[in-house]
Design a protein around this ligand. Structure first.
Ligand SMILES: Cc1cc2nc3c(=O)[nH]c(=O)nc-3n(C[C@H](O)[C@H](O)[C@H](O)COP(=O)(O)OP(=O)(O)OC[C@H]3O[C@@H](n4cnc5c(N)ncnc54)[C@H](O)[C@@H]3O)c2cc1C
Ligand code: SF4
Ligand code: SF4
Length: 412
């Protein structure tokens, strides 16, 4: 596999008019990009999509997850190695190029597209057809996978998801359904494995996540970052937007919906629904009314279908109670075949809906993305290139949060 497009560490940074004068007193050795730079350009600028690629990519485990804020944070000394920048789809990683090389190098000639539903107890546990749950449960039961990094609702915080390593059918059934906040599972694989105490030292896991998370792990894998080693199968949940949990819950409250009473949420056909435990509808509201609760970085995303994943799953284009499935790689096709006994699959009723939504999503992103959208470009975006495109826009780097400056004084 050619590595000519490997993310590049720029030889210089901040040369020729770096506008961030507040950092002039910090002497950065040439070529270094610190987590601090990513923090300002992405996290403080409210563009982070919480994919956790930076957490996974860091070779010195210097980046952790701020539990309260659900975002990456520095937890020990940053060496300025730039890996977090290189693998961040909102800064150094040209994600559209990742999608392009995934299509060139990994995709089947023709992706297989199905309308499917689980033929077993996963149907009731899942969000749509329960297909993702059924697929993973079959593979785990057959010993093809040692587990799957999925999401489940936290006990102590209604509607808030957390990353979870499910290693049995029972656990997968418990984790069925969609969680509308990012859980940063990609950044927690090692910790989840340590807690799970599996019998093998060389596990094969599935990673389920939003398309941006799958872009991150695909890039990590392509450039031999060990963080991707345990991931044997990737499943993307089709997505036009994820939400910041606190803002989502506040917005629900503004519609007189008690988050404690909500058993599940669904976004379908432009409407956000909230249901109670008996399936009763608590809310059906235009999803645009929840726009301010969404992650602002999602506006820069064109990848509704999860084009880098082995398998993608969504609801668009199929009837209620079914999942739209795209099987894109040989790994995905092998997984699909191995789980066939638990699935009922037919042709997608309205394939054009999938294409229309993808096209709309791409138009939205291209109209907002301050940099050029270039699937053929270099996969690495240098620090200077980023500043050139973003400075002077409403997405330019923001100064560090004063409450966290001490971390950088201590560790950088
Ligand atoms: C934020 C978000 C936005 C979405 N938006 C759309 C959309 O606009 N259009 C569309 O067609 N489909 C969308 N989906 C996908 C859809 O909601 C279903 O997940 C998909 O159809 C699969 O259904 P299923 O019944 O087969 O999956 P299930 O059998 O319910 O399995 C889903 C699996 O995904 C895991 N999971 C759920 N949420 C997360 C998460 N946030 N991070 C990691 N793992 C998770 C679960 O633990 C479970 O293992 C979205 C999903 C999410 C999470
Ligand atoms: S977008 Fe992803 S990689 Fe970038 S800072 Fe946020 S979590 Fe890290
Ligand atoms: S819209 Fe894109 S960036 Fe936002 S969560 Fe979904 S895949 Fe990630």
């Amino acid at each position: 596999m050619s590595k000519s497009n490997q993310p590049r560490i720029p030889e210089t940074k901040g040369v020729g008019g770096d506008p961030r004068e507040r950092l002039e007193d910090v002497a950065d050795p040439p070529g270094k990009i610190w987590f601090r730079d990513l923090d300002e350009a992405v996290i403080e600028a409210d563009r982070c999509i919480q994919c956790a690629s930076c957490v996974a990519a860091c070779p010195s485990d210097s980046i952790g997850i701020d539990e309260a804020e659900g975002r990456p944070t520095l937890v020990r000394m940053c060496t300025g190695c730039s890996r977090c920048w290189d693998f961040c789809p909102r800064s150094g990683l040209r994600y559209e190029r990742v999608l392009e090389f995934a299509a060139e190098e990994r995709a089947l000639e023709e992706p297989a597209i199905y309308a499917a539903k689980a033929s077993d107890d996963a149907a009731a546990a899942g969000q749509d057809g329960g297909v993702v749950t059924a697929l993973l449960a079959e593979l785990v039961e057959a010993g093809e996978l040692d587990g799957a990094v999925v999401a489940r609702e936290r006990d102590d915080d209604p509607l808030r998801g957390e990353a979870f390593l499910a290693t049995s059918r029972t656990e997968l059934l418990e984790a069925g359904g969609s969680i509308y906040n990012q859980t940063m599972g990609l950044g927690q694989v090692d910790d989840l494995l340590a807690d799970a105490d599996l019998e093998t030292d060389d596990p094969d896991l599935a990673l389920v996540g939003t398309p941006c998370t799958i872009q991150g792990v695909t890039a990590l894998d392509r450039y031999d970052n060990p963080a991707a080693d345990p991931i044997a199968l990737t499943v993307a949940l089709m997505c036009t937007r994820s939400f910041e949990h606190g803002r989502l819950v506040s917005r629900l409250a503004e519609f007189d919906v008690d988050p404690e009473a909500v058993d599940g949420l669904d976004v379908s056909g432009g409407t956000l629904y909230a249901y109670d435990a008996d399936g009763g509808e608590l809310l059906a509201e235009d999803v645009d009314a929840f726009g301010a609760a969404g992650l602002r970085g999602c506006d820069e995303c064109t990848d509704f279908v999860g084009g880098a994943a082995d398998v993608s799953a969504g609801s668009v284009g199929t009837a209620d109670g079914e999942t739209t499935i795209v099987v894109r790689t040989e790994t995905g096709a092998r997984a699909w075949d191995a789980a066939a006994a638990a699935l009922e699959a037919t042709a997608v009723e309205r394939p054009e809906t999938l294409e229309k939504l993808s096209a709309w999503n791409r138009r939205r992103a291209e109209s907002i993305l301050p940099r050029e959208f270039d699937p053929e470009g270099e996969v690495g975006i240098t620090y200077e290139q980023h500043l050139e495109a973003y400075d002077g826009t409403d997405r330019e780097p923001e100064p560090l949060n004063p409450a966290r400056v001490h971390q950088y004084e201590e560790w950088c």
